[in-house]
Design a protein around this ligand. Structure first.
Ligand code: DGJ
Length: 732
């Protein structure tokens, strides 16, 4: 398939297609862009979808026109603005010198280029070769203000993805204030959708929710300064009958880690508008004459084969063309993290036996979590002071890293570079680095405060501190945490009329800091984290190939979290650990195998005190590692299929299939046990029906179609929280 973008001069229609999907929009009267179609590929467009002309009461018409059948209020739009005869939520609002917010964005020109340009200062999908995609830039101009909106559309040849963003240029003489700039708008006609989103909470992230799209407005947003545990920057619109493997599904995913808004509005004619972009809450960006503003990118996908294909479309593009890290296809080291083993209560002496045991069990990396710096023995101090806590490491951190390396393990380290404690040298020296509104006391959260990353000098200070530790202590891996939401939004470096820029500038500062560090240390594996999965988004994935999916390590709780996360993100991006029981978050006692099966369904590790394991448990760890070794490549690079939803039944199941369809890893889970359980089967997906697959445990052989159509009987076990995994390998 080859991406191709054409403009039909007669009909004035743009057609973006890769032979699998098509996206069509036209230029209508008043030089207004009108959305025509997004869906399965069509060969060409012959005018059949031109929006019918109907006189609608109270939907007015173009200035100077007597044609009452044409209204921007009813026309499906491609990018709307305030101040037009369009009463929906607009894609953009701009406050101008005369106090008005009216724009009239008219089609001016366009350009098609091979490849995909990078977005200034922002993460985005990319191409490695110009032949992989085509990009359309459509310029819309507002004559009075001189503003030029360039709508950017990239269609990929090999992914059913359209990447959209908007570049606003002030070509006028006066400064203006952007009060809202969505990254994309899509208007749908004659659809009766459900909307799927991923709400959650700390330690309870990304639970799939499906509700009807209703008349009026619905919004799925974050106002926390980050993409948040509470509402992920992803939605899908699906037909009522759409399920995992059939029906239309439209996915929208913002490549952004700050405040977002995924908004829907269904109007008087049952037409549904989707707007995706930076949340306009406390957003106002001053654009001086000649300045530009680039919005984040939104990834749009269409699947005519249900939700699973939609997810796979996102998995592919994120894994292949959003993640840049050299580790993206590599087996990630099996780690043990000391957080749930010791919390803050550790020193070198206490950690060494854990390292020894890790070596003994076949674990590949030791990760030192929070508490190794400043004088941090609890969460009240030292954020901002990335210097070794000498009492815990009397001979230096490098000495401890050498110990870990000498055992043949890699060494990982935790940071939280965006934060500051009152009790820190950094605060004592630079109280102004702490983000706060003058004259108001800032709000603590986890006893900590935010560094003002809108200021380049603060980013520099953090860069130097972190880079110094990374360069001098034999660090192989970094866990980058962020343990609170933003508040007290203000920067002393900005004038009053630019305080509405703080939220976005913070994100730009975060990207700058992270970008400089990952570029400087390409051999270090970076893992994102925000109290678990509070910043689990494609923006972070651009810098870090994996993210700690949740602070909740309970295997049963993880089923819904990992299942929901997989709607929008590949398993190669999620990290999951086997932890101790009773579980520290839920108090639940799950079998060791079940904890292993859940964690092996992502990037695998341990988070418990290995020295406290019984001999039997140690043997189980060794077996688990041997099992994971058989599937770890499959989990990172294979195709993922959801089979049973943990939120819809007492069970969960999924399988991974290698690209050549020769290997299949299946994990099934039964939450509660019953005295007389109904017999259930798990039917696999994505196998080659012609291939014969051998069950590596039992030696039994099945055709792919048998495993997919007849399925496997789930085990009947009279115990709660059970799991069963299978590995099948093709023998022909
Ligand atoms: C939150 C993280 O998600 C945990 O894994 C741990 O690193 C703590 N922070 C440390 O403060």
């Amino acid at each position: 398939m080859t991406a191709k973008i054409t403009f039909d001069n007669d009909q004035k229609v743009f057609h973006l297609t890769n032979g699998s999907i098509s996206y069509l929009f036209s230029v209508e009267e008043g030089e207004t862009l009108s959305h025509l179609y997004f869906g399965k590929a069509v060969k060409a467009y012959h005018g059949q979808l031109k929006y019918p002309r109907v006189d609608r009461g109270f939907s007015g018409n173009l200035p100077g026109s007597l044609d009452r059948t044409y209204s921007k209020d009813t026309l499906p739009r491609e990018y709307s603005s305030a101040g037009e005869m369009d009463y929906h939520e607009p894609a953009t609002i701009v406050r101008q010198k005369d106090g008005s917010n009216a724009l009239n964005l008219k089609f001016d020109s366009y350009e098609v280029k091979d490849g995909k340009p990078a977005l200034k200062d922002l993460p985005a999908s990319y191409t490695e070769d110009d032949s992989e995609a085509q990009t359309l830039s459509v310029n819309l101009k507002d004559e009075k203000s001189g503003l030029i909106y360039t709508l950017l559309y990239t269609i990929f040849s090999d992914f059913d993805i359209i990447a959209r963003s908007v570049l606003v240029k002030n070509g006028g003489q006066e400064a203006v204030y952007l009060e809202k700039v969505a990254s994309a708008q899509v208007d749908f006609v004659d659809r009766d959708f459900d909307v799927i989103c991923l709400p959650g909470a700390h330690a309870n992230e990304r639970h799939m929710q499906r509700t009807p799209v209703t008349f009026g407005s619905q919004a799925f947003e974050s106002r926390r300064g980050s993409s948040s545990h509470q509402m992920n920057p992803f939605i899908a619109l699906v037909d009522k009958k759409t399920d995992e493997y059939s029906g239309d599904a439209y996915g929208f995913e913002l490549v952004y880690s700050g405040n977002h808004s995924m908004a829907l509005e269904t109007d008087q004619l049952a037409q549904t508008r989707v707007l995706v972009g930076i949340n306009d809450y406390n957003f106002s960006w001053k654009l001086e004459a000649g300045d530009e503003f680039q919005t984040p990118e939104v990834l749009l996908t269409y699947s005519g084969e249900g939700l699973n294909k939609m997810s796979q479309n996102f998995h592919e593009v994120i894994r292949e063309r959003v993640v840049r890290s050299k580790f993206k296809h590599q087996k990630r080291p099996i780690l043990v993290n000391n957080w749930e083993a010791t919390y803050f209560d550790f020193d070198e002496k206490k950690l060494k036996p854990i390292v020894d045991e890790a070596k003994n069990l076949g674990i590949e990396m030791f990760v030192l979590d929070d508490g190794w710096f400043g004088h941090r023995n609890d969460d009240n101090s030292s954020l901002g002071d990335w210097k070794i806590f000498e009492k815990k490491f009397p001979k230096g951190l490098g000495h401890f890293a050498d110990y870990v390396h000498d055992k043949g393990l890699k060494f990982g380290l935790w940071f939280e570079p965006e934060m500051i404690s009152y009790d820190s040298d950094l605060y004592r020296e630079h109280p102004d680095y702490l983000m706060q509104v003058p004259g108001r006391a800032p709000s603590p959260s986890r006893n900590q405060y935010i560094l003002d990353l809108t200021r380049p000098e603060v980013v520099d200070v953090m860069y130097k501190q972190v880079a110094d530790i990374l360069a001098n202590n034999g660090i192989d891996y970094v866990k980058w945490d962020m343990n609170r939401s933003l508040s007290d939004i203000y920067s002393v470096s900005l004038p009053a009329d630019r305080q509405g820029e703080v939220y976005h500038r913070y994100v730009l500062g975060y990207y700058d800091l992270m970008g400089r560090l990952v570029d400087q240390f390409p051999d270090i594996l970076f893992e994102g984290c925000s109290g678990g999965g509070g910043r689990f988004d494609a923006g972070v994935a651009y810098y870090m190939p994996q993210i700690w999916a949740s602070d909740n390590t309970d295997a049963v709780a993880r089923l819904a979290i990992q299942y929901g996360t997989s709607l929008a993100y590949p398993p190669s991006m999620m990290t999951a650990h086997v932890s101790a029981v009773p579980n520290h978050q839920t108090g639940r006692k799950t079998p060791f195998e079940t904890r292993g099966a859940a964690a092996m369904s992502a990037v695998f590790g341990y988070e418990l005190d290995l020295t406290k394991l019984t001999d039997e448990e140690k043997a189980m760890v060794k077996n688990q590692i041997a099992d994971y070794n058989k599937v770890r490549d499959l989990v990172v690079n294979g195709d993922f299929y959801r089979l049973k939803s943990p939120t819809e039944s007492n069970q969960a199941a999924w399988n991974f299939v290698s690209k050549d369809k020769k290997e299949v890893f299946v994990a099934t889970f039964a939450v509660l046990a019953f005295a007389q359980p109904y017999l259930t089967k798990t039917k696999l997906k994505g196998l080659d029906p012609e291939k014969k697959y051998k069950n590596e445990e039992t030696g039994e052989v099945f055709y792919g179609d048998e495993l997919m159509e007849l399925g496997i009987y789930d085990p009947v076990v009279h115990q709660d929280y059970m799991a069963k995994t299978y590995l099948f390998k093709a023998i022909n």
